[in-house]
Design a protein around this ligand. Sequence first.
Ligand code: FES
Length: 149
Amino acid sequence: MGTTFNLNGKSVNFDGDPETPILWVLRDHLDVMSPKFGCGAALCGACTVHLEGNAIRSCSTPVSAAAGKNVTTLEGLAPKMGKALNEAWVEFDVPQCGYCQTGQMMSAADLLTTNKHPSSGDIKNALSGNICRCGTYARIEKAVKRAAD
Ligand code: FES
């Protein structure tokens, strides 16, 4: 029977241990590679995806929590939100190594759905759980503001 959930608008099934973290179901079983493994302990944000529209740490959330619900990755962000974020990320040349950036963008998307014109403080707060070892924070902040325009 397994665990059935909606991934980027399509119904998918995972026929393994329901305690498997969503991250590994996405990467190892469904070939969705945008969420990254960083710390595996809900500390870095590299694995951020949306569950029912809210940013979550997929490394630390069992797939059972997604049963019957909507999971969204960067690949499935609504065309408008995904396009705005992509264009802003390109405009400000945000990524350095790039590893954390999909998580940063998923947290930004969550913020922008509830706060259309976030202040610098709002952005820092909302993305404070997304660590970037290259220190691209200033460019991320500019890009989130541009995406909100
Ligand atoms: Fe999930 Fe770091 S890999 S928070």
